[in-house]
Design a protein around this ligand. Structure first.
Ligand SMILES: [Cu+2]
Length: 273
């Protein structure tokens, strides 16, 4: 072994230690600013969109900080080991075994720690999301090539346009009459497949009146890209008036209230297997 390499190795180890210390300090700071569930009670989400936005923001912040740190280190290396005169041939630094291991393990550990941290927040949010608020409004959805067919608990049916009241969680119990589709509402950050022979669900929280695009996010046939719909969020009073008018239009046979939908509204939803 070359004992004269102890000094360079020692310098690099000190740099690695300083770098690792800085990253660890950042990780601690990031943890302190960790995901706060947008919920009134532990495990209960009122607005899933806020939770997903918070997590996405966290991902962007983390990868930006890591990217900046790596860019600064790389820039420092480029400057530190630059050629000072034309044709200069550098000499190879020898690192101590501890420095070699440190340079490989510490950055990997920091990356993986952040990945697991973000993944754990994602899993927690997803688990909380699967627990649907009990005060929800439920609507059945049957998808098909190429439309979204909604049925309210009182038998009112609409196609491609779902009207909902503002300020109430809305749950869709979904199935499909032909092939796979995926009901995607970008504004509410929710997307879930609908498929034949299985009931899946999603829910969202429309806070204020407005319109939101629905699109199919699972390729389902040649007209897939035209399978668009709309969520219209209405003030509660206007929604009730609209729903009453639609009920009045129904034929007597169709007015049979969907008891199964009413019953399931009181029970927590079971995740699809
Ligand atoms: Cu589709």
């Amino acid at each position: 072994m070359h004992t004269e390499n102890t000094a360079p190795g020692g310098r690099v180890s000190a740099t690695a230690a300083a770098w690792a210390g800085g990253c660890a300090a950042w990780l601690a700071a990031a943890s302190a600013l960790a995901y706060e569930p947008a919920s009134a009670a532990p495990g209960r989400i009122n607005d899933p969109a806020a939770g997903w936005d918070h997590l996405w923001h966290e991902v962007i912040v983390d990868i930006t900080i890591i990217g900046v740190i790596f860019a600064l280190v790389m820039a420092w290396f480029l400057w530190r080991y630059r050629a000072r005169k034309p044709g200069e041939v550098g000499t190879q630094s020898k690192l101590s075994p501890a420095a070699v291991i440190g340079w490989a393990v510490i950055p990997t550990f920091i990356f993986m720690a952040d990945d697991f941290y973000l993944a754990a927040n994602g899993w927690k949010l997803w688990n909380d999301y699967r627990d649907v608020p009990a005060d929800r409004m439920e609507v059945k959805l049957e998808s098909g090539m190429y439309s979204w067919d909604y049925t309210y608990a009182n038998g009112v049916r609409t196609q491609n346009v779902l009207r909902v009241p503002a300020g109430k969680p809305v749950m869709l119990r979904m199935t499909s009459r032909d092939t796979l589709h995926s009901h995607f509402i970008p504004d509410f950050r929710v997307k879930e497949d609908s498929m034949p022979g299985r009931v899946t669900y999603l829910w969202f929280y429309p806070k204020a009146p407005g319109e939101h695009v629905v699109s199919c996010a699972e390729y389902c046939g040649v007209m897939h890209s035209y399978m668009a719909g709309k969520i219209i969020v209405m003030p509660e009073g206007e929604f009730k008036t609209w729903l009453d008018q639609e009920v009045a239009k129904l034929a007597p046979a169709d007015k049979a209230v969907d008891k199964s939908a009413e019953k399931t509204a009181d029970k927590p939803a079971n995740p699809p297997v």
